[in-house]
Design a protein. Structure first.
Length: 254
């Protein structure tokens, strides 16, 4: 079995694959400092709770945008699982040609998303990842990463709103009953929800307009991607496990 690990700025998401089938997932908070022993024991105990052991894991692949986590995480995997994990980094085989001036600057998460969207759904495709940052990336029909747009993520922008304004409360991010808000909470929800739908639609349309390509699909992922994708016609597919699937596809190429 394969552990596919996506280390994001907010969460570490782990997927357990049996062949090409994703059989289970779980998350842990990235911001908590952990030792190699804590990572190793946590992953091992998670397996034990599902009647598996560390011996059931044959390989581990990791994509990370948080360098500070990597030493403890990889050390814990080596120490407890006796496996040297594959790290998604420049030079790894992905099947994607990174057609930007500095390919090494492309985040591992964006590369993995591009691989999954292209191989599963075909190109040309715009991949929208609603993570800590919201990214819109264009992959062409020949499988080349062409360009991308980065903006603050939904939770990040919402947090800035209530931490930067003394009288605004922390709120649940959801669709309000109406955009005609009559109280502080619903007015904030309306601004965040409809504001991000508007941003998503505008950026997608502008990318399509600039690319001048026919048949561009739009695939979304990320925690709040479901909320946005359900309320706009600009997103064709929502795949919550796109990044994990991309990691499994990259592992198979090694």
């Amino acid at each position: 079995m394969l552990f596919a690990i996506d280390v994001g700025n907010t969460n570490i998401t782990v997927g357990l694959f049996d062949g090409d089938k994703l059989v289970n997932t779980f998350r842990m908070t990235t911001g908590i400092a952990r030792t190699s022993d804590e990572y190793g024991m946590f992953l091992g105990e998670w397996l034990n709770l599902r009647n598996m052991t560390i011996k059931d894991i044959d390989a581990v692949i990791i994509a990370s945008v948080v360098p500070n986590v990597m030493h403890s995480l990889t050390s814990g995997i080596i120490k407890y699982f006796h496996i040297h994990p594959i790290i998604v980094a420049p030079g790894i085989r992905t099947g994607i040609n990174i057609n930007i001036p500095n390919p090494k600057a492309l985040g591992a998460d964006r590369l993995v998303d591009a691989v999954a969207a292209y191989e599963i759904y075909g190109g040309p495709v715009i991949v929208v990842d609603f993570g800590t940052a919201t990214t819109h990336d264009l992959v062409l029909a020949d499988g080349s990463f062409h360009s991308g747009v980065t903006s603050p993520g939904i939770r990040l922008a919402a947090s800035a709103l209530w931490t930067g304004a003394a009288k605004l409360p922390e709120i649940e991010i959801r669709k309000p009953e109406s955009i005609l808000a009559k109280d502080t909470v619903s007015s904030m929800q309306a601004g965040i929800f409809y504001g991000y739908i508007g941003q998503t639609e505008y950026i997608v349309r502008k990318i399509k307009e600039a690319a001048k390509l026919d048949g561009i699909k739009v695939v979304a992922t990320g925690g709040l991607g479901k909320l946005i994708s359900e309320n706009t016609d600009e997103i064709n597919i929502y795949d919550p496990n796109l990044t994990l699937k991309g990691l499994q596809l990259i592992y198979e190429k090694q």
